[in-house]
Design a protein around this ligand. Sequence first.
Ligand code: AMP
Ligand code: MN
Ligand code: MN
Length: 333
Amino acid sequence: MNRVDLEAVAARIRPAHTVFLFTHEFADGDALGSMVALVLFLRSMGKTVHAFVPGKVQNVYRFLGTDELLNTMSAQMASEAVRTERVTCLSADAADLDRLGEWKSLFLAGAERLVIDHHGTNTGFGDVCAVDASASSCCEVLLDLFSVVDVTLVDAKIASALYAGLMADTGSFQYANTGVQSFLHGARLVELGASPDAIACSIYEGKPYAALRLTAAAVSASRLLYAGQVVVSHVTREMLEHSGALDEDTDGITDELRRIAGTKVVVVFREALDGSVKVSLRGKYGFDVRRIATVFGGGGHPLAAGCTIATGLGEAEALVLTELDRYLGPSRI
Ligand code: AMP
Ligand code: MN
Ligand code: MN
C-alpha cells in the first residue's frame, strides 16, 4: 500500500482531540476488531473516542470487550458533540457511505472525514482515504497505521482485536486473500501479545447450540444447481424462530456450504426482519461473485460479496439466478 496515504491519515489523527469511529452494518469480525483496536489505540494516545456500530453487535466478539468499548454515546449526545466541537470521523472496513447505516449522517457531520479500508470497491468517501485492496483485512491496514503512529502503544488487547479481524476475513488463513502479508501481520500480532488458540477458541468454539441447529436446517434446505457448480440455501424467519438462533448466527452457513467439492458459488438468502432479503455470496476456484452482488447495489470482494434485495425470498432468488444464468446457464439442472 501507498505509505503516503497512511502518513496522511496519521497526520490528521495525531492532533485530533475527539474521534468518532464508524464501520459497516452487519459488522463482522474485521469490522468489530477494527473498532475495538481503534478505540483502545486512540484512547492510549489520550483522545476522546466513541465508536458507532450500526445495528446490533454480534455476541461472538464480546470477548474483545465490545459491550464496554462500543456504542458508548447516545445519538443525541453525538449530534450535539459534532455541532459544538471539532470531531474527527473515521470509517474502517466500510466500502461506501451507505454501509454506515443509521450513522451515515453523523459521519458526514464531522469536521473532517477519514477512511481506512481494504475493499477494492471503496468509493473514497472521506477527505483523506487509505485503501489497501491488497490487504486481506482492514485490521492489517490498521496495524500498518499504528506502526506509522507509534507501535509501542499496541498492547495485547489491541493485538488480539486486530488478530481476530485478520482471522475472520481470511477464514483463519485459508481464503484466497491469504498471502505473505497476512502471515507477516499475524506473526507480528502474536509477537505483540495476541494468542491464536485463545482467539480461535472464542470465535469458533463459542457458538450457541441454536446456531448449529440453524446451520443444519440451512444445509438440509440447500439445493445444488448448474450441475453442482452452485449451492443455494435460505434462512426464513420461521427457521430462525424454530432453531432459537439469531440473525447473526447465519454467518457459519456459507462456511459450511463452501466445503462441497466442485461448487464454484455459494448463495445464502436470509429473510431480514424488515422483510427484505440479505444475500451472501461466496466464490470458489476464482469465480467472481462481486459482479453478481453489484448488479443489486451490493459489493464486497471478488470471492466474498453481498447485497440486500427489497423483495420476498422467492423473487430475490429468481433475480440472482437470472444473473448466474449469464455465466453458468442456460441449464440450471
Ligand atoms: P457477508 O456475506 O455479509 O459476510 O458479506 C461478504 C462481503 O460482502 C463483505 O466484505 C461485506 O462487506 C460485503 N457486503 C455484504 N453485503 C453488502 C452490501 N449490501 N453492500 C456492499 N457490500 C456488502
Ligand atoms: Mn467487514
Ligand atoms: Mn474486511
